[in-house]
Write a protein that binds this ligand. Sequence first.
Ligand code: SAH
Ligand code: SF4
Ligand code: F3S
Length: 471
Amino acid sequence: MAQKNLYIESYGCAMNFSDSEVVASIMAEHGYQSTPDESDADVILINTCSIRDNAEQKIRHRLKQLRGRKERNNELIVGVLGCMAERLRDQLMEEEKLVDVVAGPDAYRDLPKLVGEVVDGNKAINVLLSLEETYAEITPTRLNSNGVTAFISIMRGCDNMCSFCVVPFTRGRERSREPETIVREARELFEAGFKEVTLLGQNVDSYLWFGGGPKKEFGKLSEEQKSEAVDFAKLLRMVADISPSLRIRFSTSHPKDITDDVLYAMMDYPNICNYIHLPAQSGNSRILGKMNRTYDREWYMEKVRRIREIIPDCGISCDIITGFCTETEEEHQDTLSLMEWSQFDFSYMYYYSERPGTLAARKYADDVPLEIKKRRLTEVIDLQNEISKKKNAARVGSVVTVLVENDSKRSDQDWMGKCDQHIVVIFPKEHYKKGDYVDVLIEQSTTTSLIGKAVGYNNVLKEKVAQNAEL
Ligand code: SAH
Ligand code: SF4
Ligand code: F3S
């Protein structure tokens, strides 16, 4: 079989980037080797995102750019994967003539066949969603890897039906991946020199494995069977047991589902990072109800209180949407006051973008004018920047443990890594290497990073590793 080159480009959330690595692995089995250079490629796959209209527009723009390449090389195969492929299906091929292959998130095992059909002169599409597919046994080919940190998908899909969100439609029903395959993947990464894994799912707290059936069957199990099930807290412990010098992160947590068990697992294992991404979306209970988030302002605040009680100095970040349907000025103020109260380390902030087919698009008028949505977004961003700046400044003078990931963006004389709370830390390289755990004394701060100097290797982890070696 002649070797061909595959170039994959990813947009959207970490799950999409993680899926691209599964795709690279599946394609490699069929003679397609990944290349970082699109001009070398025989096949170009764009893994797309539909979360907001501007995410889709960006991809449309990118496809236009690719037209020229395709005109110069008519054997080039262009495929669209991911959420936009799932949402638009054959419409995408009609609108974007250069697209030869359309494959949804559960159809990646079929990609070599789909690409083969194009070689034979046809266009090819598979957008079937699955109730079982988790790509469990596929070892992802790590793309653009720093060799230190990696993503591991632990589940797929989402059953939550937040009224603004397209994900349940593009990614299908929630399903959990068999825990042994997750632990094996993490162990192999650790043995290959990786030091940090991030366990990924749209709602990781809802992870549940009890042999693979649909979740609604769980209630029918005997008490003994139930006790053998693996929930997210148990999974965290299983992965954290691989080695005290493998850091564990996870994303995303849902305020309605995160349990004390998860918080206790974080406390019990120093290698599970003290950091939780806990999207609130809004600080107003009426809006949260309309969003179908199934919690209210008080519930969210109680979760934050609980996290801070069990895990002192836990980093917490948030997602916020401004200008959701019917949001009033007072309700927007509630979002600002929730942010002020919660003191998030950082947030991802957006204005509401109506997505066709979602509950909100069908039931509610998108009635907050764009300029008001944008003005509210600016207020939210300004407040978060103020809080981030203040919180980072408060860390000046403290020592934080950093896992070295890469050169700093500004200088190859400095390292970039993150502390437990997922904040970027920059410090001069000296003799330290990528993958080291270094204690760094923070001397300066900005809104997005901490800057300091190394004071030594991290002893707590070193001792833990030594203790483990003795056991
Ligand atoms: N599963 C995660 C979120 C996944 S989508 C959770 O439940 O929190 C990532 C973020 O995009 C969301 O948290 C939300 O803030 C934002 N988002 C999703 N749909 C959106 C829309 N229609 N308009 C604007 N922002 C949206
Ligand atoms: Fe979307 Fe809600 Fe599922 Fe997150 S939990 S992916 S916001 S439906
Ligand atoms: Fe986007 Fe799909 Fe992720 S819509 S945010 S790529 S799940």
